[in-house]
Design a protein around this ligand. Sequence first.
Ligand code: HEM
Ligand SMILES: *[C@@H]1O[C@H](CO)[C@@H](O)[C@H](O)[C@H]1NC(C)=O
Ligand SMILES: *[C@@H]1O[C@H](CO)[C@@H](O)[C@H](O)[C@H]1NC(C)=O
Ligand SMILES: *[C@@H]1O[C@H](CO)[C@@H](O)[C@H](O)[C@H]1NC(C)=O
Length: 527
Amino acid sequence: MAASLLLLVLRYAIISYFIFALCAILQIDIWARLVWRHQRRLSLVPGPPLARWSRLWIAKALASGRSHEIWTEVNAKYGSVARIGPNHVITDDPEITRRVLAARSGYVRGPWFDSIRIDPHITNIVSERDAKKHSKIRAKLAPSFTGQSLITMEPIVDELLLGWLSSIRTNFTRPGSASCDIGKMTQFLTVDIITKICLGDELGCVKYNRDMHRLLETVETGNRVCQYFSVFLELNTLFFQLARIPSLRKVLFPKPCDSNGVGRLMGIVHEVVERRAEEGNKLNDVISSLLSRGLSKEQIDSELVIALVAGSDTTSTSVQSTLLAVITNPRVYNTLRAEVRGAVSRGEVSSPIQDCEAKQLVYLQACVLEGLRTFPPLSQLRERVVPRGGDVLGDYALPEGTFVGLNAWGVQLNKTVYGDDANAFRPERWLIEDTDKLHMMHQTHSLIFGHGATKCLGASMAMMEITKVIFERGKLLRNFDIAITNPHKPWSSQCYGIFFQKGFNVRLDAIEDTFPPAYESTNTTAY
Ligand code: HEM
Ligand SMILES: *[C@@H]1O[C@H](CO)[C@@H](O)[C@H](O)[C@H]1NC(C)=O
Ligand SMILES: *[C@@H]1O[C@H](CO)[C@@H](O)[C@H](O)[C@H]1NC(C)=O
Ligand SMILES: *[C@@H]1O[C@H](CO)[C@@H](O)[C@H](O)[C@H]1NC(C)=O
Protein backbone atom coordinates (compact mmCIF):
# COMPACT_ATOMS: atom_id res chain seq x y z
CA MET A 1 0.00 0.00 0.00
CA ALA A 2 2.69 2.46 1.11
CA ALA A 3 4.91 1.40 -1.79
CA SER A 4 2.22 2.10 -4.42
CA LEU A 5 1.52 5.50 -2.83
CA LEU A 6 5.20 6.35 -3.03
CA LEU A 7 5.23 5.29 -6.68
CA LEU A 8 2.26 7.54 -7.39
CA VAL A 9 3.89 10.56 -5.74
CA LEU A 10 7.09 9.83 -7.60
CA ARG A 11 5.31 9.63 -10.92
CA TYR A 12 3.56 12.96 -10.33
CA ALA A 13 6.82 14.51 -9.25
CA ILE A 14 8.54 13.35 -12.41
CA ILE A 15 5.71 14.49 -14.68
CA SER A 16 5.50 17.92 -13.07
CA TYR A 17 9.23 18.25 -13.22
CA PHE A 18 9.12 17.64 -16.97
CA ILE A 19 6.30 20.08 -17.45
CA PHE A 20 8.18 22.67 -15.44
CA ALA A 21 11.38 22.09 -17.38
CA LEU A 22 9.51 22.31 -20.67
CA CYS A 23 7.92 25.59 -19.62
CA ALA A 24 11.28 26.95 -18.54
CA ILE A 25 12.84 26.01 -21.84
CA LEU A 26 9.95 27.55 -23.75
CA GLN A 27 10.19 30.65 -21.61
CA ILE A 28 13.90 31.04 -22.20
CA ASP A 29 13.37 30.34 -25.85
CA ILE A 30 10.69 33.02 -26.21
CA TRP A 31 12.79 35.45 -24.26
CA ALA A 32 15.88 34.63 -26.30
CA ARG A 33 14.00 34.98 -29.58
CA LEU A 34 12.67 38.36 -28.47
CA VAL A 35 16.07 39.62 -27.45
CA TRP A 36 17.57 38.17 -30.63
CA ARG A 37 14.98 39.81 -32.86
CA HIS A 38 15.32 43.08 -30.97
CA GLN A 39 19.06 43.24 -31.21
CA ARG A 40 18.89 42.48 -34.95
CA ARG A 41 16.44 45.32 -35.49
CA LEU A 42 19.10 47.94 -35.89
CA SER A 43 21.94 45.52 -36.50
CA LEU A 44 23.51 47.64 -39.22
CA VAL A 45 23.95 50.67 -36.98
CA PRO A 46 27.31 50.50 -35.21
CA GLY A 47 27.63 51.07 -31.49
CA PRO A 48 29.03 49.61 -28.28
CA PRO A 49 28.59 45.79 -28.55
CA LEU A 50 26.79 45.37 -25.23
CA ALA A 51 24.32 48.18 -25.93
CA ARG A 52 22.48 46.21 -28.62
CA TRP A 53 21.47 43.55 -26.10
CA SER A 54 20.04 45.54 -23.28
CA ARG A 55 18.96 48.93 -22.06
CA LEU A 56 21.19 48.34 -19.06
CA TRP A 57 24.00 49.88 -21.10
CA ILE A 58 22.21 53.23 -21.17
CA ALA A 59 21.32 52.92 -17.50
CA LYS A 60 24.97 52.34 -16.68
CA ALA A 61 25.96 55.43 -18.65
CA LEU A 62 23.36 57.50 -16.78
CA ALA A 63 24.55 56.14 -13.45
CA SER A 64 28.10 57.29 -14.14
CA GLY A 65 27.23 60.97 -13.68
CA ARG A 66 29.09 61.73 -16.91
CA SER A 67 26.60 60.53 -19.51
CA HIS A 68 27.20 63.67 -21.61
CA GLU A 69 30.81 62.57 -22.13
CA ILE A 70 29.84 58.99 -22.85
CA TRP A 71 27.38 60.05 -25.58
CA THR A 72 30.11 62.13 -27.17
CA GLU A 73 32.65 59.31 -26.98
CA VAL A 74 30.17 56.96 -28.66
CA ASN A 75 29.46 59.30 -31.58
CA ALA A 76 33.17 60.06 -31.97
CA LYS A 77 33.99 56.37 -32.09
CA TYR A 78 31.07 54.88 -34.04
CA GLY A 79 29.93 57.78 -36.20
CA SER A 80 27.30 60.49 -36.27
CA VAL A 81 24.47 57.99 -35.97
CA ALA A 82 25.31 55.30 -33.43
CA ARG A 83 23.35 52.65 -31.61
CA ILE A 84 23.17 52.85 -27.81
CA GLY A 85 20.34 50.42 -27.06
CA PRO A 86 18.14 47.68 -28.51
CA ASN A 87 15.85 50.30 -30.03
CA HIS A 88 17.94 53.41 -29.44
CA VAL A 89 20.26 55.46 -31.62
CA ILE A 90 21.96 58.76 -30.83
CA THR A 91 23.14 61.49 -33.17
CA ASP A 92 25.56 64.40 -32.90
CA ASP A 93 25.05 65.67 -36.44
CA PRO A 94 23.68 69.24 -36.48
CA GLU A 95 21.84 68.74 -39.77
CA ILE A 96 20.18 65.52 -38.65
CA THR A 97 19.28 67.08 -35.30
CA ARG A 98 17.66 70.00 -37.07
CA ARG A 99 15.79 67.71 -39.44
CA VAL A 100 14.43 65.51 -36.66
CA LEU A 101 13.30 68.47 -34.57
CA ALA A 102 11.84 70.49 -37.46
CA ALA A 103 8.12 71.21 -37.29
CA ARG A 104 6.16 68.67 -39.37
CA SER A 105 9.17 66.36 -39.71
CA GLY A 106 6.92 63.47 -38.70
CA TYR A 107 9.11 62.83 -35.67
CA VAL A 108 7.35 63.26 -32.33
CA ARG A 109 8.51 63.22 -28.75
CA GLY A 110 8.93 59.64 -27.58
CA PRO A 111 7.94 57.96 -24.31
CA TRP A 112 11.21 59.34 -22.94
CA PHE A 113 9.21 62.47 -22.11
CA ASP A 114 6.87 60.57 -19.77
CA SER A 115 9.77 60.47 -17.34
CA ILE A 116 9.61 64.22 -16.75
CA ARG A 117 5.98 64.44 -15.72
CA ILE A 118 5.69 65.84 -12.27
CA ASP A 119 2.11 64.74 -11.85
CA PRO A 120 1.37 61.31 -13.34
CA HIS A 121 -1.99 62.30 -14.73
CA ILE A 122 -1.32 65.85 -15.89
CA THR A 123 1.09 66.64 -18.70
CA ASN A 124 2.79 69.98 -19.10
CA ILE A 125 4.35 71.79 -22.05
CA VAL A 126 7.69 70.03 -21.62
CA SER A 127 6.28 66.51 -21.23
CA GLU A 128 3.32 66.71 -23.66
CA ARG A 129 3.93 64.28 -26.53
CA ASP A 130 0.83 64.87 -28.60
CA ALA A 131 1.80 67.48 -31.21
CA LYS A 132 -1.65 69.10 -31.44
CA LYS A 133 -2.17 69.45 -27.69
CA HIS A 134 1.39 70.68 -27.37
CA SER A 135 1.06 73.44 -29.91
CA LYS A 136 -2.14 74.64 -28.26
CA ILE A 137 -0.58 75.01 -24.85
CA ARG A 138 2.60 76.46 -26.35
CA ALA A 139 0.66 79.21 -28.09
CA LYS A 140 -0.80 80.20 -24.74
CA LEU A 141 2.48 80.14 -22.84
CA ALA A 142 4.82 81.70 -25.41
CA PRO A 143 3.81 85.37 -25.00
CA SER A 144 4.64 85.17 -21.28
CA PHE A 145 8.28 84.35 -21.87
CA THR A 146 9.16 86.14 -25.09
CA GLY A 147 8.87 89.48 -26.89
CA GLN A 148 7.26 92.25 -24.88
CA SER A 149 7.36 90.20 -21.66
CA LEU A 150 11.13 90.27 -21.77
CA ILE A 151 11.05 94.02 -21.26
CA THR A 152 9.04 93.74 -18.06
CA MET A 153 11.36 91.01 -16.81
CA GLU A 154 14.52 93.03 -17.07
CA PRO A 155 14.02 95.33 -14.05
CA ILE A 156 13.29 92.24 -11.93
CA VAL A 157 16.55 90.64 -12.93
CA ASP A 158 18.34 93.96 -12.28
CA GLU A 159 17.00 94.39 -8.78
CA LEU A 160 17.85 90.86 -7.66
CA LEU A 161 21.25 90.99 -9.30
CA LEU A 162 22.20 94.18 -7.45
CA GLY A 163 21.20 92.67 -4.12
CA TRP A 164 23.21 89.58 -4.91
CA LEU A 165 26.33 91.53 -5.85
CA SER A 166 26.16 93.57 -2.69
CA SER A 167 25.92 90.42 -0.59
CA ILE A 168 29.05 89.08 -2.30
CA ARG A 169 30.84 92.38 -1.74
CA THR A 170 30.03 92.63 1.96
CA ASN A 171 30.75 89.01 2.81
CA PHE A 172 33.65 88.01 0.65
CA THR A 173 35.85 90.92 -0.35
CA ARG A 174 37.49 91.80 2.95
CA PRO A 175 41.08 90.61 3.31
CA GLY A 176 41.03 87.19 4.93
CA SER A 177 37.30 86.59 4.43
CA ALA A 178 36.09 83.06 3.70
CA SER A 179 35.99 81.53 0.23
CA CYS A 180 32.84 82.25 -1.68
CA ASP A 181 30.85 79.26 -3.01
CA ILE A 182 29.98 81.16 -6.15
CA GLY A 183 28.23 78.09 -7.60
CA LYS A 184 25.76 77.83 -4.77
CA MET A 185 25.22 81.58 -4.79
CA THR A 186 24.52 81.48 -8.53
CA GLN A 187 21.93 78.73 -8.03
CA PHE A 188 20.26 80.87 -5.38
CA LEU A 189 20.21 83.87 -7.69
CA THR A 190 18.65 82.05 -10.64
CA VAL A 191 15.97 80.45 -8.45
CA ASP A 192 15.09 83.86 -7.02
CA ILE A 193 14.96 85.45 -10.48
CA ILE A 194 12.71 82.85 -12.08
CA THR A 195 10.37 82.71 -9.09
CA LYS A 196 10.05 86.48 -8.97
CA ILE A 197 9.37 86.64 -12.71
CA CYS A 198 6.75 83.91 -12.58
CA LEU A 199 5.17 84.38 -9.16
CA GLY A 200 5.73 88.07 -8.47
CA ASP A 201 7.92 87.29 -5.45
CA GLU A 202 11.28 85.63 -5.04
CA LEU A 203 11.71 82.55 -2.85
CA GLY A 204 14.40 84.40 -0.91
CA CYS A 205 17.38 82.07 -1.36
CA VAL A 206 19.80 84.99 -1.69
CA LYS A 207 18.36 86.94 1.20
CA TYR A 208 18.39 84.04 3.64
CA ASN A 209 21.43 82.43 2.04
CA ARG A 210 19.89 78.99 1.92
CA ASP A 211 18.13 76.53 -0.34
CA MET A 212 14.58 77.61 0.49
CA HIS A 213 12.15 74.71 1.01
CA ARG A 214 15.04 72.41 0.03
CA LEU A 215 13.96 72.96 -3.56
CA LEU A 216 17.39 72.55 -5.19
CA GLU A 217 18.09 69.48 -3.12
CA THR A 218 14.87 67.72 -4.15
CA VAL A 219 15.24 68.72 -7.80
CA GLU A 220 18.68 67.15 -7.78
CA THR A 221 17.55 63.91 -6.13
CA GLY A 222 14.48 63.81 -8.35
CA ASN A 223 16.55 64.11 -11.51
CA ARG A 224 19.02 61.51 -10.37
CA VAL A 225 16.21 58.98 -9.89
CA CYS A 226 13.91 59.99 -12.75
CA GLN A 227 16.53 59.64 -15.45
CA TYR A 228 16.16 55.86 -15.16
CA PHE A 229 12.45 56.18 -15.88
CA SER A 230 13.43 57.52 -19.31
CA VAL A 231 15.06 54.17 -20.14
CA PHE A 232 12.96 51.64 -18.26
CA LEU A 233 9.67 52.95 -19.57
CA GLU A 234 7.79 50.18 -17.75
CA LEU A 235 8.53 52.08 -14.54
CA ASN A 236 6.42 54.99 -15.82
CA THR A 237 3.50 52.68 -16.53
CA LEU A 238 3.90 51.06 -13.13
CA PHE A 239 4.00 54.41 -11.34
CA PHE A 240 1.07 55.79 -13.32
CA GLN A 241 -0.94 52.73 -12.30
CA LEU A 242 0.17 52.95 -8.67
CA ALA A 243 -0.81 56.61 -8.65
CA ARG A 244 -4.42 55.56 -9.14
CA ILE A 245 -4.37 54.47 -5.51
CA PRO A 246 -4.67 57.77 -3.61
CA SER A 247 -2.65 56.69 -0.59
CA LEU A 248 0.24 55.54 -2.76
CA ARG A 249 0.06 58.63 -4.91
CA LYS A 250 0.63 60.75 -1.83
CA VAL A 251 3.84 58.92 -1.07
CA LEU A 252 5.20 58.67 -4.59
CA PHE A 253 4.59 62.11 -6.07
CA PRO A 254 5.08 65.67 -4.90
CA LYS A 255 1.89 67.35 -3.75
CA PRO A 256 1.00 70.93 -2.86
CA CYS A 257 0.73 70.24 0.87
CA ASP A 258 4.33 68.97 1.17
CA SER A 259 6.45 71.00 3.52
CA ASN A 260 9.51 70.82 1.26
CA GLY A 261 10.81 70.45 -2.26
CA VAL A 262 8.89 70.50 -5.53
CA GLY A 263 5.66 69.79 -3.63
CA ARG A 264 6.13 72.93 -1.56
CA LEU A 265 6.79 74.88 -4.77
CA MET A 266 3.51 73.53 -6.16
CA GLY A 267 1.81 74.71 -3.00
CA ILE A 268 3.27 78.20 -3.37
CA VAL A 269 2.31 78.39 -7.05
CA HIS A 270 -1.17 77.24 -6.16
CA GLU A 271 -1.58 79.87 -3.44
CA VAL A 272 -0.41 82.66 -5.73
CA VAL A 273 -2.69 81.53 -8.55
CA GLU A 274 -5.66 81.54 -6.18
CA ARG A 275 -4.75 84.97 -4.85
CA ARG A 276 -4.24 86.49 -8.32
CA ALA A 277 -7.52 85.01 -9.56
CA GLU A 278 -9.34 86.69 -6.67
CA GLU A 279 -7.54 90.02 -6.95
CA GLY A 280 -8.37 90.22 -10.64
CA ASN A 281 -4.82 89.99 -11.93
CA LYS A 282 -3.02 93.30 -12.16
CA LEU A 283 0.58 92.43 -11.59
CA ASN A 284 3.39 92.08 -14.07
CA ASP A 285 4.15 88.44 -13.39
CA VAL A 286 3.73 85.38 -15.56
CA ILE A 287 0.84 84.04 -13.48
CA SER A 288 -1.21 87.17 -14.11
CA SER A 289 -0.54 87.06 -17.83
CA LEU A 290 -1.51 83.38 -18.03
CA LEU A 291 -4.72 84.01 -16.12
CA SER A 292 -5.59 86.83 -18.47
CA ARG A 293 -5.05 84.47 -21.40
CA GLY A 294 -7.65 82.15 -20.01
CA LEU A 295 -5.62 79.25 -18.66
CA SER A 296 -7.28 77.26 -15.92
CA LYS A 297 -5.82 77.37 -12.43
CA GLU A 298 -4.88 73.69 -12.54
CA GLN A 299 -3.10 74.16 -15.84
CA ILE A 300 -1.14 77.14 -14.57
CA ASP A 301 -0.10 75.11 -11.53
CA SER A 302 1.51 72.39 -13.58
CA GLU A 303 2.97 74.61 -16.33
CA LEU A 304 4.64 76.98 -13.89
CA VAL A 305 6.21 74.35 -11.72
CA ILE A 306 7.95 72.85 -14.74
CA ALA A 307 9.02 76.28 -16.04
CA LEU A 308 10.50 77.12 -12.65
CA VAL A 309 12.46 73.90 -12.61
CA ALA A 310 13.44 74.07 -16.32
CA GLY A 311 14.53 77.67 -16.14
CA SER A 312 16.70 77.84 -13.04
CA ASP A 313 19.22 75.00 -13.14
CA THR A 314 20.03 75.47 -16.83
CA THR A 315 20.72 79.18 -16.41
CA SER A 316 22.75 78.67 -13.27
CA THR A 317 24.90 76.00 -14.93
CA SER A 318 25.57 78.30 -17.91
CA VAL A 319 26.59 81.19 -15.69
CA GLN A 320 28.89 78.96 -13.65
CA SER A 321 30.55 77.23 -16.57
CA THR A 322 31.11 80.49 -18.42
CA LEU A 323 32.62 82.04 -15.32
CA LEU A 324 34.90 79.07 -14.75
CA ALA A 325 36.09 79.15 -18.35
CA VAL A 326 36.74 82.91 -18.21
CA ILE A 327 38.66 82.96 -14.95
CA THR A 328 40.84 80.03 -15.92
CA ASN A 329 41.86 81.69 -19.21
CA PRO A 330 44.08 84.71 -18.38
CA ARG A 331 43.90 86.04 -21.94
CA VAL A 332 40.10 85.88 -22.05
CA TYR A 333 39.84 87.20 -18.50
CA ASN A 334 41.96 90.25 -19.26
CA THR A 335 40.28 91.00 -22.57
CA LEU A 336 36.83 90.79 -21.00
CA ARG A 337 37.91 92.92 -18.07
CA ALA A 338 39.30 95.51 -20.45
CA GLU A 339 36.05 95.60 -22.39
CA VAL A 340 34.01 95.96 -19.20
CA ARG A 341 36.27 98.75 -17.94
CA GLY A 342 36.21 100.56 -21.24
CA ALA A 343 32.42 100.51 -21.45
CA VAL A 344 32.02 101.66 -17.84
CA SER A 345 34.62 104.42 -17.99
CA ARG A 346 33.16 105.82 -21.20
CA GLY A 347 29.75 105.86 -19.54
CA GLU A 348 28.24 103.64 -22.20
CA VAL A 349 26.38 101.34 -19.84
CA SER A 350 23.74 101.72 -17.14
CA SER A 351 24.05 100.06 -13.80
CA PRO A 352 23.19 97.28 -14.03
CA ILE A 353 23.81 96.93 -17.72
CA GLN A 354 20.74 96.73 -19.97
CA ASP A 355 20.25 93.95 -22.47
CA CYS A 356 20.41 96.34 -25.44
CA GLU A 357 23.70 97.81 -24.16
CA ALA A 358 25.18 94.38 -23.59
CA LYS A 359 24.44 93.49 -27.20
CA GLN A 360 27.02 96.13 -28.24
CA LEU A 361 29.81 94.49 -26.25
CA VAL A 362 31.11 92.00 -28.73
CA TYR A 363 33.64 90.27 -26.53
CA LEU A 364 31.10 89.78 -23.73
CA GLN A 365 28.67 88.27 -26.24
CA ALA A 366 31.38 85.99 -27.58
CA CYS A 367 32.26 84.78 -24.08
CA VAL A 368 28.61 83.93 -23.34
CA LEU A 369 28.17 82.09 -26.66
CA GLU A 370 31.38 80.18 -26.11
CA GLY A 371 30.51 79.39 -22.49
CA LEU A 372 27.23 77.82 -23.57
CA ARG A 373 28.81 76.02 -26.49
CA THR A 374 31.50 74.33 -24.45
CA PHE A 375 29.03 73.36 -21.70
CA PRO A 376 25.46 72.92 -22.97
CA PRO A 377 23.45 72.84 -19.74
CA LEU A 378 20.96 70.26 -21.01
CA SER A 379 22.36 66.92 -22.15
CA GLN A 380 19.25 64.77 -21.86
CA LEU A 381 18.61 62.43 -24.80
CA ARG A 382 15.11 63.89 -25.39
CA GLU A 383 14.34 60.96 -27.68
CA ARG A 384 12.14 61.40 -30.74
CA VAL A 385 10.45 58.51 -32.55
CA VAL A 386 11.06 57.55 -36.19
CA PRO A 387 7.74 58.11 -38.02
CA ARG A 388 5.61 55.54 -39.82
CA GLY A 389 7.36 53.91 -42.75
CA GLY A 390 10.81 54.43 -41.28
CA ASP A 391 13.42 57.00 -42.23
CA VAL A 392 17.00 57.23 -43.38
CA LEU A 393 19.30 59.09 -41.00
CA GLY A 394 22.90 59.47 -42.14
CA ASP A 395 23.89 56.16 -43.69
CA TYR A 396 21.23 54.05 -42.01
CA ALA A 397 17.65 53.11 -42.70
CA LEU A 398 15.87 53.11 -39.36
CA PRO A 399 12.58 51.24 -38.92
CA GLU A 400 9.57 53.14 -37.59
CA GLY A 401 9.43 53.34 -33.84
CA THR A 402 13.20 53.64 -33.36
CA PHE A 403 14.14 56.11 -30.62
CA VAL A 404 16.46 58.86 -31.81
CA GLY A 405 18.40 60.49 -28.96
CA LEU A 406 20.05 63.88 -29.31
CA ASN A 407 23.66 64.39 -28.32
CA ALA A 408 23.67 68.07 -27.38
CA TRP A 409 27.34 68.13 -26.38
CA GLY A 410 28.51 66.32 -29.47
CA VAL A 411 26.73 68.74 -31.81
CA GLN A 412 28.70 71.64 -30.34
CA LEU A 413 32.02 69.90 -30.98
CA ASN A 414 31.53 69.60 -34.74
CA LYS A 415 34.79 70.47 -36.48
CA THR A 416 33.19 71.28 -39.82
CA VAL A 417 31.19 74.00 -38.12
CA TYR A 418 33.57 75.32 -35.47
CA GLY A 419 37.00 74.36 -36.75
CA ASP A 420 39.64 71.92 -35.57
CA ASP A 421 39.89 73.51 -32.15
CA ALA A 422 36.16 73.01 -31.51
CA ASN A 423 36.88 71.55 -28.07
CA ALA A 424 38.73 74.68 -26.90
CA PHE A 425 37.14 77.63 -25.10
CA ARG A 426 38.06 80.46 -27.47
CA PRO A 427 35.56 83.35 -27.65
CA GLU A 428 37.53 84.89 -30.53
CA ARG A 429 36.08 82.26 -32.87
CA TRP A 430 32.88 84.33 -32.84
CA LEU A 431 34.70 87.52 -33.86
CA ILE A 432 35.24 86.78 -37.53
CA GLU A 433 34.21 88.53 -40.72
CA ASP A 434 33.13 85.47 -42.71
CA THR A 435 29.33 85.86 -42.56
CA ASP A 436 28.59 82.45 -44.08
CA LYS A 437 30.66 80.68 -41.48
CA LEU A 438 29.20 82.81 -38.69
CA HIS A 439 25.71 81.97 -39.90
CA MET A 440 26.47 78.26 -39.79
CA MET A 441 27.98 78.61 -36.31
CA HIS A 442 25.01 80.51 -34.95
CA GLN A 443 22.57 78.07 -36.51
CA THR A 444 24.35 75.15 -34.87
CA HIS A 445 24.74 77.00 -31.58
CA SER A 446 20.99 77.65 -31.38
CA LEU A 447 20.42 73.88 -31.19
CA ILE A 448 21.49 74.14 -27.55
CA PHE A 449 17.96 75.48 -27.02
CA GLY A 450 16.35 72.89 -29.26
CA HIS A 451 14.65 73.61 -32.55
CA GLY A 452 11.27 73.72 -34.27
CA ALA A 453 7.95 73.35 -32.53
CA THR A 454 9.47 72.49 -29.14
CA LYS A 455 12.29 75.01 -29.09
CA CYS A 456 12.99 76.49 -25.67
CA LEU A 457 10.64 79.32 -24.75
CA GLY A 458 13.10 80.77 -22.27
CA ALA A 459 16.08 81.18 -24.61
CA SER A 460 16.06 85.00 -24.85
CA MET A 461 15.37 85.27 -21.19
CA ALA A 462 18.24 82.95 -20.33
CA MET A 463 20.65 84.80 -22.63
CA MET A 464 19.67 88.12 -21.06
CA GLU A 465 20.23 86.74 -17.58
CA ILE A 466 23.55 85.09 -18.32
CA THR A 467 24.98 88.13 -20.12
CA LYS A 468 23.94 90.50 -17.35
CA VAL A 469 25.40 88.37 -14.60
CA ILE A 470 28.69 87.83 -16.41
CA PHE A 471 29.02 91.56 -17.13
CA GLU A 472 28.12 92.75 -13.64
CA ARG A 473 30.40 90.22 -12.07
CA GLY A 474 33.08 91.44 -14.45
CA LYS A 475 32.40 94.93 -13.16
CA LEU A 476 32.81 93.76 -9.61
CA LEU A 477 36.10 92.36 -10.79
CA ARG A 478 37.34 95.75 -11.85
CA ASN A 479 38.81 96.06 -8.41
CA PHE A 480 39.12 92.44 -7.41
CA ASP A 481 40.99 89.50 -8.66
CA ILE A 482 38.97 86.33 -8.72
CA ALA A 483 40.79 83.04 -8.26
CA ILE A 484 39.74 79.48 -7.71
CA THR A 485 40.35 78.46 -4.12
CA ASN A 486 41.46 74.97 -5.02
CA PRO A 487 42.91 75.04 -8.55
CA HIS A 488 43.30 71.24 -8.55
CA LYS A 489 39.57 70.75 -8.11
CA PRO A 490 37.69 73.85 -9.21
CA TRP A 491 34.31 72.17 -8.67
CA SER A 492 32.62 68.81 -8.81
CA SER A 493 30.01 68.62 -11.53
CA GLN A 494 27.51 65.78 -11.79
CA CYS A 495 25.42 65.18 -14.87
CA TYR A 496 21.87 63.85 -14.54
CA GLY A 497 20.76 65.21 -17.90
CA ILE A 498 21.00 68.59 -16.23
CA PHE A 499 24.03 69.49 -14.17
CA PHE A 500 24.69 70.02 -10.51
CA GLN A 501 27.91 71.67 -9.43
CA LYS A 502 29.27 71.61 -5.92
CA GLY A 503 32.18 73.31 -4.23
CA PHE A 504 32.85 76.00 -6.83
CA ASN A 505 34.81 78.09 -4.32
CA VAL A 506 36.56 81.28 -5.28
CA ARG A 507 38.58 83.99 -3.56
CA LEU A 508 38.20 87.69 -4.24
CA ASP A 509 41.34 89.72 -3.61
CA ALA A 510 41.65 93.49 -3.93
CA ILE A 511 44.14 94.48 -6.61
CA GLU A 512 46.26 97.54 -7.25
CA ASP A 513 44.92 99.06 -10.39
CA THR A 514 47.04 98.93 -13.47
CA PHE A 515 44.61 99.42 -16.31
CA PRO A 516 45.21 97.00 -19.16
CA PRO A 517 44.58 98.50 -22.60
CA ALA A 518 40.95 98.96 -23.54
CA TYR A 519 39.40 96.28 -25.68
CA GLU A 520 39.44 98.21 -28.98
CA SER A 521 43.22 98.39 -29.09
CA THR A 522 43.76 94.65 -28.73
CA ASN A 523 44.23 92.83 -31.99
CA THR A 524 41.93 89.82 -31.91
CA THR A 525 42.96 88.46 -35.27
CA ALA A 526 46.33 87.68 -33.74
CA TYR A 527 44.83 84.78 -31.71
C1 HEM B 1 20.59 78.17 -20.78
C2 HEM B 1 19.39 77.90 -20.44
C3 HEM B 1 18.42 76.96 -21.13
C4 HEM B 1 18.65 75.92 -22.00
C5 HEM B 1 19.98 75.41 -22.53
C6 HEM B 1 17.36 75.36 -22.35
C7 HEM B 1 17.17 74.31 -23.23
C8 HEM B 1 15.95 73.83 -23.66
C9 HEM B 1 15.75 72.80 -24.65
C10 HEM B 1 16.86 72.06 -25.38
C11 HEM B 1 14.41 72.62 -24.81
C12 HEM B 1 13.73 71.65 -25.79
C13 HEM B 1 13.18 70.40 -25.14
C14 HEM B 1 12.77 69.38 -26.20
O1 HEM B 1 13.64 68.77 -26.81
O2 HEM B 1 11.58 69.15 -26.42
C15 HEM B 1 13.76 73.53 -23.90
C16 HEM B 1 12.40 73.66 -23.76
C17 HEM B 1 11.80 74.56 -22.89
N1 HEM B 1 12.42 75.49 -22.07
FE1 HEM B 1 14.38 75.82 -21.94
N2 HEM B 1 16.38 76.06 -21.69
C18 HEM B 1 16.98 77.05 -20.94
C19 HEM B 1 16.37 77.99 -20.14
C20 HEM B 1 15.02 78.13 -19.99
C21 HEM B 1 14.38 79.15 -19.20
C22 HEM B 1 15.09 80.27 -18.43
C23 HEM B 1 13.06 78.94 -19.28
C24 HEM B 1 12.08 79.82 -18.60
C25 HEM B 1 10.92 79.72 -18.40
C26 HEM B 1 12.85 77.76 -20.13
C27 HEM B 1 11.63 77.19 -20.47
C28 HEM B 1 11.44 76.18 -21.39
C29 HEM B 1 10.13 75.68 -21.78
C30 HEM B 1 8.78 76.17 -21.26
C31 HEM B 1 10.36 74.66 -22.72
C32 HEM B 1 9.31 73.80 -23.43
C33 HEM B 1 9.04 74.31 -24.82
C34 HEM B 1 8.08 73.43 -25.57
O3 HEM B 1 7.96 72.24 -25.27
O4 HEM B 1 7.39 73.94 -26.48
N3 HEM B 1 14.07 77.29 -20.54
N4 HEM B 1 14.72 74.27 -23.21
C1 LIG C 1 29.31 68.30 -38.78
O1 LIG C 1 28.38 69.18 -39.33
C2 LIG C 1 28.25 69.07 -40.73
C3 LIG C 1 27.37 70.19 -41.19
O2 LIG C 1 26.19 70.27 -40.44
C4 LIG C 1 27.74 67.68 -41.10
O3 LIG C 1 27.63 67.55 -42.48
C5 LIG C 1 28.71 66.65 -40.53
O4 LIG C 1 28.21 65.37 -40.75
C6 LIG C 1 28.93 66.86 -39.06
N1 LIG C 1 29.95 65.98 -38.58
C7 LIG C 1 29.77 65.19 -37.55
C8 LIG C 1 30.93 64.38 -37.15
O5 LIG C 1 28.71 65.14 -36.97
C1 LIG D 1 26.87 87.23 4.89
O1 LIG D 1 27.09 87.53 6.26
C2 LIG D 1 25.92 87.64 7.04
C3 LIG D 1 26.32 88.08 8.43
O2 LIG D 1 27.42 87.37 8.90
C4 LIG D 1 25.22 86.28 7.04
O3 LIG D 1 24.03 86.35 7.78
C5 LIG D 1 24.89 85.91 5.59
O4 LIG D 1 24.30 84.63 5.56
C6 LIG D 1 26.13 85.92 4.76
N1 LIG D 1 25.78 85.69 3.36
C7 LIG D 1 26.43 84.83 2.59
C8 LIG D 1 25.99 84.78 1.18
O5 LIG D 1 27.33 84.13 2.99
C1 LIG E 1 46.48 92.31 -36.36
O1 LIG E 1 47.49 91.31 -36.45
C2 LIG E 1 47.64 90.75 -37.71
C3 LIG E 1 48.64 89.59 -37.62
O2 LIG E 1 49.65 89.86 -36.70
C4 LIG E 1 48.06 91.80 -38.72
O3 LIG E 1 48.18 91.27 -40.00
C5 LIG E 1 46.98 92.90 -38.74
O4 LIG E 1 47.38 93.97 -39.60
C6 LIG E 1 46.73 93.44 -37.34
N1 LIG E 1 45.58 94.35 -37.36
C7 LIG E 1 45.56 95.51 -36.72
C8 LIG E 1 44.29 96.28 -36.80
O5 LIG E 1 46.50 95.93 -36.07
